[in-house]
Write a protein of this length. Structure first.
Length: 135
């Protein structure tokens, strides 16, 4: 009986060890998903962004999380801008490109639906800083 119990114990330990190795190896092979880039807009103040988005009327065309009454449906929703790869489907999503797009969308893509709104560089930086907080 003792011989049989020792054999069962060895088999049990071997199986448990096998399961631990398989689980550990599987966990190491699983892909990891990093959050999108966290951008910092030099000179931008994300706290001023919502007020400026409202003042420039961006919510008439875009849905913007955290901005009261910004529920437009003309342009794309601006949720998760901090995670997106592209702006306007063609510009790499970087702080300088975001500011450029906000200031002069017609200069970037002539004839697109987003009008130039006369946004200053400082205001564009604040708006971009806010948009990058949206994950």
């Amino acid at each position: 009986m003792i011989k049989h119990s020792a054999k069962m114990l060895r088999n049990c330990i071997r199986h448990v060890t096998y399961v631990i190795v398989v689980l550990t190896t599987s966990a190491m092979m699983m892909p990891t998903f990093a959050a999108g880039p966290t951008w910092t807009v030099m000179g931008g103040d994300a706290n001023r962004g919502p007020r400026l988005i409202k003042a420039f009327g961006c919510g008439g065309c875009h849905t913007v999380p955290g901005v009261k009454d910004a529920r437009g449906n003309v342009g794309p929703p601006l949720s998760r801008m901090g995670e997106r790869t592209y702006i306007a489907g063609m510009l790499r999503n970087t702080p300088s490109n975001m500011v450029r797009w906000i200031r002069d969308p017609q200069g970037v893509v002539p004839g697109n639906a987003m009008p130039n709104m006369g946004v200053s560089d400082a205001d564009a930086r604040d708006i971009a800083a806010y948009l990058y907080t949206l994950h």
